[in-house]
Design a binder for this molecule. Sequence first.
Ligand code: PEP
Ligand code: MG
Length: 324
Amino acid sequence: LAKVLEHEQDLPSCTPDGHVMPLMVNTGLAVDAVGVLKPRISGVGLYRTEVPFMITERFPGEQEQARLYREQLEGFAPLPVVMRTLDIGGDKDLPYFPINEANPFLGWRGIRVTLDHPEVLMVQLRAMLRASDGLGNLQILLPMVTNIDEVDAALRLLDRALIELAEEGIHLARPRVGVMIEVPATLYQLEALAARVDFFSVGSNDLTQYLLAVDRNNPRVAELYDSCHPAVLAALAYLAQEVTRLRVPTSVCGELAGDPAGALLLMGMGFDALSMNAPSLPRVRAAIRRVSLASARDLVDQTLAMPTSREVRSYLGKCFSDWQ
Ligand code: PEP
Ligand code: MG
């Protein structure tokens, strides 16, 4: 099987009935395999900027960040690179910026932190913009969005960063901006969000955690944490239908996208692209190359009718035993 997968790595991510499913990668630190990876993907669907922040001893300055971001943007150019603004809090703590809370996943996290510290967000936005000069492949993603006001505030800061840079002689167009769909509240604000941003990226890890009220890192409730829970699948199917209606390009960057059966479900629901850790690419590509879009849609219909994750999982297991 490994040999078959290796052989297929350079073939298109296309179903037998001709549907092309763009595959992207999730990155954090420098990726060494850019040369090998680049021809096999459509871009970086999620660059987690907090990862480099976690290994420094203080907030990296604008120059330092710009150098890191330039490496990513240049390495993958002309492919798009979606850079997410700092998503700390929850399980991701910076040693030099401790956050101690009783309920960190429901607390000060992602955009809530960076909007309370606009000086941190401004440095990051300026560094991203600076790094993108002359490349044009930067896209900016906002994590943990709950309210429209947060998006408006972040866009205002982005516009301010663009004006500042222009005053310094660096003239840039506003990059495409997207919102993570990972707090369930965003599912019911899609129209207002669509009026403000250019794309969505679905964080199925957090969407699952928040829909099911299950801490994604607590081993005691690990069995309850399940992206194939009928409520999660129903939410994802609803989301895919709505973003199609609203014509907002939407990819999925949570773990579900890197699971072959999950990837087929997401394709069948109608999402535009899947972003995953690089090691997941071969199996997902192989699954897509073997299952038609029509069968994936059928799979969605079948699973949406199942009342328990146990049934969903056992059905998917039977269908894809070769690819798990
Ligand atoms: C997610 O929540 O699914 C996601 C991709 O973001 P993270 O895992 O970094 O929270
Ligand atoms: Mg998340």
